[in-house]
Design a protein around this ligand. Sequence first.
Ligand code: SF4
Length: 463
Amino acid sequence: MGSQFSRNDFSFLKKYDRPGPRYTSYPTAPLFSSAFTAADFSEEIRATNAPGASEDISLYFHFPFCDTLCYFCGCTMLVTRDRFRIETYLSYLKREIALVAPVLAPDRKVVQVHWGGGTPTHLSPAQIRDTGGLIRSAFRLAPDAEMSVEIDPRELTREHLEALRSVGFNRMSMGVQDFNAQVQEAVNRVQPESLTSNVFSWAEELGFTSINVDLIYGLPFQTAHSFEETLRKVIDLSPARIAVFNYAHVPWMKPHQKLIHPEDLPTPEKKLDILQMTIELLCSNGYVYVGMDHFAKPDDELARAQREKTLYRNFQGYSTKSGADLYGFGMSSISHFQNIYAQNTKNLPDYYAALDEGQLATHVGYRMTPDDRIRKFVIMRLMCDLELDTTAVERLYGIRFDEHFARSLEALGQFVNDGLVQISPGTIRILGAGRLLLRNIAMCFDAYLDSMTTGKPVFSRTV
Ligand code: SF4
């Protein structure tokens, strides 16, 4: 693996550093519009569930509440310690489930459930049991459904994990970010190592089958040396997956990030040092670099799915459940199936008001064009497989690849010249360090990027 990143110096990446999407969807969320309404979404749900519909289903539930504010946070969240507020939210989540679940064709099975946030474990163990139980009774869950939850070790008890296991959760994603005390204080997320290792012990005792650890590089005061110490501690804990996200400092979109002092942030050069060290250290300690910030043990499903070309991308990042229709619940959640995307309002009063009227809380959405579907396929396969069978694209969509993507192929020229992409008859292949530029490579196939690059950037930087 190390040989795939044989460049001694990652400074060549700097020339590719620009704002760009992460392509958890195509087209990307800024294209979603209020012209797509809750009524449109309801109609689509019904149409998709005509008799005989048998696509698998993936469910996402958003729990926006957190105990304290992490200054780096990029999520849609609300800080509260008011238990009543959480109870109210759960009651509305139940109403939303009651609007959607009965419409789904009864033979459709749920293969994946994800609770994200915010902090799902800000719920009490009793609230976890209630909500999990309700989901189990409202939908038809496959016996081997993958059920994952985002965990914050700082406020977690063993009872929380017992409650999660009792309603079927078998995977967890744990926020760690950095073990260094100075970094933790600068971002207002003080999380002693003992808390994290406790959660690992409980998770193993209770039979969670896979643990993912989330880290962030580019935070205040980080150096390659300090982050290496964090990584070594994480490697000792031996999670199946490690995600190392690039901190996106976008205070014009997330005003609380102004609490992070820009002068404390590592320079772009230092960030590249950290990235290089991270990849080398994880790859030399038994992890496979899947791409886009994600590392997995070779026997983990994520790495296996990549080898078998069944990997997929959705709003949670990489997924092994390709083809499942995604239904999102809760404020800001996104649904995606067939040709449509639908996103709920990000505003709690509006979410409640819609449900009070017996309506879905769709705020924006998008109806894909035939060209969007082709481009989505191309971007997805490149980001997941790191190569693209262009003759398969021609067969599937009845196009001449070279003609349809003439501009994209031209834009790929610089990557080819830099030895990061190889184009040969029937195949586009991402080479070695090209893996670090998946977003930039995908951008070559995005038909809308030019129209979104005026004004303030809506995307984080790619490197
Ligand atoms: S716990 Fe997670 S969602 Fe909540 S503020 Fe911190 S990073 Fe954001």
